[in-house]
Design a protein around this ligand. Structure first.
Ligand SMILES: Nc1ncnc2c1ncn2[C@@H]1O[C@H](COP(=O)(O)OP(=O)(O)O)[C@@H](O)[C@H]1O
Ligand SMILES: [Mg+2]
Length: 354
């Protein structure tokens, strides 16, 4: 997977600029606020029409402008694609190889970047929802059907919650219908999550060792109430929870309460790991994500490493780069220009129009 170039217009502080990327490593530097993360955001935006920062399109459009636009050339297995995306008067346009497409989901798999960002320790420090999203995105990138199960599950969840919220929960048949959807899709979701966590566990300790040189034991612990029951048993549990859920006005049982713990030497990293360990853990998780994608798709995603160099010491920096050089295309940002080897393209963000 590669990105060859991107044309960015009115995207945050980038007024209009075309960027070209090296096959191997592109090193983007410039002082804080110069737009390095914005460039990575624009690249990521091309893959799914969303920011990795969880913001609205109106935040992305350059202040006091009417529209924004990104287009770029990507390649996978030597097949090139042109993706263009933009937003004008609140209307989003997505064009793949010259054809208008209606949903970003049709873009699925065309271009897959993986982002490494310092804000990303939320995977460890944040709420279980963030860890579920991490694992779900990973599964969705290798399994096109997964998103359908999630959608069905979330629909039934919302409907069941609504019955309790609006106190219209006296229709047993309706409750049962939603509980059936929750159970059937929940079983599949839990299965996929467990399989993926198993895959992570096969490689994560080794990856962590290769970044840090530390012989720590890393274990990803999938916590779900959902895996140990059969279908009828799970349906019964929903039924038994009705009284409780009526009081709570929401569904208290199911895969939407799952969590994954990232365990280091037997302790939950969320509470016991140092800041440095947390950062290394997140990097290891992202590398594992890329590795698993590679095992299935036989290529690596594009690695977007946002300002993580300043967070890691020299040794960890080199170890991290060693992972990807000769394997994946890497785009790195940093406030300072470090010389990191030959064949590297440099982009100075301070030279772009602001
Ligand atoms: N919608 C927007 N319109 C114009 N400027 C923006 C917008 N959103 C963010 N910015 C500006 O972008 C700059 C931050 O860019 P960023 O990519 O985060 O910098 P860094 O190089 O430190 O990663 C800030 O100066 C901010 O004001
Ligand atoms: Mg930044």
């Amino acid at each position: 997977m590669k990105i060859l170039d991107i044309n960015v217009i009115n995207f945050r502080n980038i007024k209009e600029k075309k960027f070209e990327f090296a096959d191997t490593v592109t090193y983007v530097y410039g002082e804080n606020g110069s737009g390095k993360t914005n460039l990575l955001e624009a690249i990521y935006y091309l893959s799914c029409g969303k920011s990795f920062r969880n913001v609205k399109d109106s935040d992305i459009r350059m202040r006091e402008t009417e529209y924004f636009h990104v287009d770029g050339t990507v390649s996978s297995d030597d097949t090139k694609h042109k993706i263009a995306m933009g937003m004008k008067s609140g209307e989003k346009k997505i064009i793949l190889d010259g054809k208008n497409i209606k949903k970003v989901s049709e873009l699925f798999g065309v271009f897959i970047p993986v982002v490494f960002s310092p804000e990303d320790t939320s995977v460890i420090n944040g709420s279980p929802m963030i860890r579920r999203r991490f694992i779900d995105r990973m599964i969705a990138s290798i399994d096109n059907d997964y998103i359908i199960y999630l959608k069905k599950y979330n629909y039934a969840l919302e409907q069941r919650n609504k019955l309790f919220r609006e106190a219209i929960d006296n229709d047993e048949n309706l409750l049962y219908a939603y509980e059936k959807i929750l159970t059937e899709n929940g079983i599949i979701i839990a299965e996929r999550r467990r399989e993926t966590v198993d895959k992570l566990n096969e490689i994560i300790t080794d990856i962590y060792f290769r970044i840090t040189g530390a012989k720590d034991r890393i274990f990803v612990n999938y916590k779900s109430e959902f895996t140990d029951g059969d279908r009828d048993d799970l349906l019964l549990r929903y039924r038994n929870k009705r009284g409780n859920d009526k009081l709570l006005k929401r569904t208290s049982f199911g895969v939407h309460t799952d969590d994954i713990q990232i365990v280091i030497n037997g302790e939950n990293s969320r509470y016991f790991a140092s800041t440095g360990e947390k950062k290394s853990l997140v990097v290891a998780l992202r590398i594992a994500e890329s590795d698993i994608y590679n095992k299935i798709k036989n290529e690596y995603p594009v690695m977007l490493l946002d300002d993580i160099f300043s967070e890691l010491d020299e040794k960890r920096r080199r170890n991290l780069l060693k992972f990807f050089i000769d394997k994946a295309q890497v785009i790195i940002t940093s406030p300072e220009r470090y010389d990191i080897g030959t064949g590297v393209a440099y982009i100075n963000m301070e030279q772009i129009d602001g």
